[in-house]
Each structure stands twice: as structure tokens, then as C-alpha cells.
Design a protein around this ligand. Structure first.
Ligand code: PMV
Length: 366
């Protein structure tokens, strides 16, 4: 597939339509091998793997009303019931870029209502869930308008491709379970253009992987991920990092199948520390870790040495994702309550786990 594959001519649409409303629930995801560094149009410098979450998601409803042609887009965007200028501008800019793929946008008035299951300030990246929800809504409206039936093949791949253009990591949110984005010899069908579901069998211990999100701080990020990706371009460790990510993915692919938790923890924690080391050693340098982040990490590593199957990963922020198999749930929740919540902002944490991917609401049912 090349980047022109989805370009659509307006004559391919039936523009004789009345209102179309579509609604999707799309999750956030947590990367185990991280994407950090990009080129071209949001193409990754290295492959990454993540799993989709269940409780951290965006619900988006899009209504498309037929209107006369206008070169300027007519978008009304509401976030949690209210207008939001920043998000509105971001979405308008993104939709303008997508006109060659969705020319119906210039023949419609679009209303978007979006809400997140997690509080806006919870320190969870919402761009993955919101951009994938937007992509799914656009692809669904587009499909409804096509004159011919044959445009529906590989709907999810197209949605993943569009999500990537909005926010790189969003392309992994379309599918349930594990997803891989970026070309890798060890994943058949992998691509830099879109994510694919992890194609191999996953060991039973890793199927219902749990993610306890320990909220250390809800303050806004000190650096946007776009700036972070850009800093990789002149980073002295860049080439070594891309090599390491490829090796970590290869090893993780094996571990996901053989179920060896200690090896899993070694790779996943190495990735989290690498992400933050790269930020701390870039020019300018950024330190997103807080003292509480390190205190939690120390506790998790000590607990693992005592025999509990726990490990951590980090996103581009100070909050800790405590990853563990479902079978350890009772003990891990006790561990969190007794030893970790004291380091969390207002003792906040989110009890999340591996979900089944994006779902469409049909007749208002997800
Ligand atoms: O999708 P972006 O551009 O917000 O970048 C996200 C990068 C990380 O979340 C830090 C890692 C990842 O692979 O999700």
C-alpha cells in the first residue's frame, strides 16, 4: 500500500444523502516497545508494540449533514458538551489535510461530540483514543456515502492509517489485544503506514494483561510528543536506539509466546527507562520523572524480587503503568493500596487492563 491508496474522487460518492450519525468507542493504548522518533508524514523510526486498554477510552459521535459545496470546512466540535477552541483548531487542521481522502467534508456540515472515560487531567494521553475515534467515524461516514460496495475492504487498516496521520500511536488503538506498528522482519504484514494486530499466539499469562495506572501527577506535560520526536533527529543515541527497539521487539515477540514473565519485565522496563533517558539526554533536555515515580519503580522492582509478577512501563510523563498478569490481581491490588498509593496524587489510580479494541455503537449500543 502506498500513501495515495485512499485518495477518493468526489464522483465516487452519492451526495444525495440526509443526515448520517455514527458513533465509536475507541481505547487508549500503552506501548511496551516505544515509538520515539519519526520522519515524513508521521512515519516511525522504529517498530513499536502496545496493547489496547479497556477502561481508558473516547466515545465520539459524528453527525454529517448534506450542504452545498464550500472550500472552508464547517465543523462544530464539542468536548464533553462544551466548545473547545484548541481541540477545534487541531481537528480543523487535521480534516483539511484529509480532504483528498474524504472529499465529502466540503459537501457537509459536521458536528462532533467527544468524551473521555478518564478525567482530562488524569495524565493519560488522550490523543490515541480521540484520534482513532475520529478516524473510525470518518471512515464509517465515508463508507456510507460510497456509490459502490467495494470500498469496504480492509476498513480497520484504513482507519489505522488515518489515525496515524492524526497521532502516530493512535494507529495501534484500532484493534484489541496487542498491535504492532512499524516494519519489522519478525511481524508478517507489518508496515510503517498502519498498525496490524499481533499475528502470533499470545501465552495465556499475557492475554488479560493488567495495567494499574498510578497517577503521580496530573500537571500538563512539559514537552509535547511532537517536540520529543523532533529531538530524536539530532540525538547522539538515535541510531543505537532504533537498533535497540528492533531487538527488544524481536525478543518481546518470543516472550509473548513463551510466557516468561521475568524476561518480559526486563524488556518492558528497559524500554521505559530508554524513553526517559532519551528525553534526559536530548538537547534541550527534559526530565519528566518525579521523585514519586522513582519511589514507585523501586517498590515494584523489590516486589518482583520477592516473587510477585509485576513490572512497570512509562509514557511520556511521570505516571507509572504497573503491568501484571490477571492471576496476580488480588495480591497486586493489596500491594498498590498498602505500598504505592501514598506516592500518588490524591491516591489516584486507574484499574485498567487489555481490552478488545474499538467498537461501533449500532442503535446506541457499543
Ligand atoms: O503518538 P504520539 O506522537 O503522541 O507519540 C507517543 C509516543 C509514546 O507514547 C511516548 C510512545 C508510544 O509508542 O506510544
Amino acid at each position: 500500500m502506498n500513501s495515495t491508496a485512499y485518495i477518493t474522487d468526489i464522483s465516487e460518492y452519492n451526495l444525495n444523502f440526509s443526515d448520517i450519525t455514527v458513533k465509536w468507542n475507541s481505547p487508549s493504548n500503552i506501548a511496551l516497545v516505544k515509538y520515539w522518533g519519526k520522519y515524513g508524514t508521521q512515519l516511525p523510526r522504529n517498530p513499536s508494540i502496545s496493547f489496547s486498554l479497556k477502561h481508558s477510552f473516547t466515545v465520539m459521535e459524528m453527525t454529517c449533514k448534506r450542504a452545498e459545496f464550500s472550500p472552508l470546512l464547517r465543523i462544530k466540535y464539542f468536548f464533553e458538551g462544551k466548545t473547545n477552541n484548541l481541540f477545534q483548531q487541531k481537528i480543523e487542521k487535521f480534516l483539511n489535510q484529509l480532504l483528498p481522502i474524504f472529499p465529502f467534508l466540503q459537501y457537509s456540515e459536521i458536528e462532533i461530540e467527544s468524551q473521555n472515560s478518564f478525567p482530562h487531567s488524569a495524565g493519560i494521553a488522550s490523543s490515541a483514543s480521540s484520534m482513532s475515534a475520529l478516524a473510525l467515524c470518518l471512515c464509517t461516514v465515508s463508507n456510507a456515502l460510497y456509490v459502490s460496495e467495494n470500498k469496504n475492504d480492509n476498513f480497520l487498516q484504513k482507519a489505522s492509517y488515518i489515525s496515524r496521520l492524526g497521532s502516530g500511536s493512535a494507529c495501534r488503538s484500532i484493534y484489541g489485544g496487542f498491535s504492532v506498528w512499524g516494519e519489522s522482519d519478525c511481524i508478517s504484514g507489518s508496515s510503517n503506514e498502519f498498525a496490524v494486530p499481533f499475528p502470533n499466539n499470545v501465552h495465556a499469562d499475557f492475554r488479560n494483561l493488567q495495567d494499574a495506572i498510578l497517577i503521580v501527577s496530573t500537571s500538563p506535560k512539559e514537552i509535547s510528543s511532537s517536540k520529543g520526536h523532533a529531538l530524536m533527529e539530532k540525538h547522539i543515541f538515535a541510531e543505537a536506539r532504533y537498533l535497540q527497539a528492533n531487538n527488544n521487539l524481536k525478543n518481546l515477540v518470543e516472550v509473548l509466546q513463551n510466557g516468561v514473565f521475568l524476561k518480559f519485565a526486563e524488556i518492558v522496563e528497559n524500554e521505559a527507562f530508554t524513553l526517559h533517558s532519551l528525553m534526559m539526554t536530548s538537547t534541550p533536555s527534559f526530565t519528566l520523572l518525579l521523585p514519586e515515580t522513582l519511589q514507585i519503580i523501586k517498590k515494584i522492582q523489590t516486589k518482583r524480587k520477592q516473587g510477585l509478577p509485576v513490572c512497570f512501563t512509562l509514557d511520556a510523563g511521570p505516571n507509572v503503568h504497573l503491568i501484571y498478569p490477571e492471576s496476580a490481581k488480588v495480591e497486586v491490588v493489596q500491594f498498590i493500596e498498602n505500598e504505592l498509593l501514598m506516592f500518588c496524587e490524591q491516591k489516584k489510580w486507574i484499574d485498567d487492563f487489555c481490552g478488545s479494541g474499538a467498537t461501533e455503537f449500532v442503535d446506541n449500543q457499543a
